[in-house]
Design a protein around this ligand. Structure first.
Ligand code: FES
Length: 167
């Protein structure tokens, strides 16, 4: 039996094959792998006889689940109402364009994981961006790019992605 299958066996056995324990199973899988690899999700769906689409529905509904490996730096942008009204969508657009990443994704060089979330409870500071737990207030698209570029070794993120995109 492959290691992948063995891992799924162990997780499913831990919860007595109980379909109602799907979320804890997925949490355990993520704890083991750091994210939810698609092969493992296929394997889990088959093992407990649940449509794969249901696993993806759960994985995309809860922001704590990741479908891609985590990047070295975690970037969280608040898209709550106040931040949104103060231009958070422009910041998101700038980050996505500069680093070729989608909300919920990780850059190809795994430098940044980027997620957009609802209100982080700091509306007076809107728009808010959090990088590795540090809050940045009144962020502009330009400021967001400067903050992230400081963490990026000499434009490596963009260059790497461009090379990979070209292949
Ligand atoms: S809406 Fe962004 S912190 Fe509240």
């Amino acid at each position: 039996m492959s290691d992948d299958k063995q891992l799924i066996e162990q997780i499913v056995d831990r919860y007595d094959h109980e379909v109602g324990m799907l979320i804890p199973m997925m949490q355990d899988l993520q704890a083991e792998c750091g994210y939810l690899p698609s092969e493992q999700l296929h394997c889990l769906a088959k093992k407990i006889n649940v449509p794969l689409s249901r696993l993806y529905a759960v994985a995309t509904f809860y922001s704590s689940f990741r479908l891609a490996p985590k990047g070295a730096h975690e970037v969280t942008l608040c898209m709550g109402t106040v931040c949104y009204l103060k231009g958070a969508s422009n910041i998101s657009e700038a980050i996505c364009k500069e680093f070729r990443v989608e909300p919920g994704g990780t850059t190809r060089d795994r430098l940044f994981s980027f997620q957009a979330v609802n209100c982080v409870g700091a509306c007076a500071l809107a728009p808010v961006m959090i990088v590795d737990g540090k809050y940045y207030d009144a962020v502009t698209p330009q400021a967001a790019l400067e903050i992230l570029n400081e963490l990026s070794p000499a434009g490596q993120t963009v260059d790497t992605t461009e090379k990979e995109a070209a292949t």
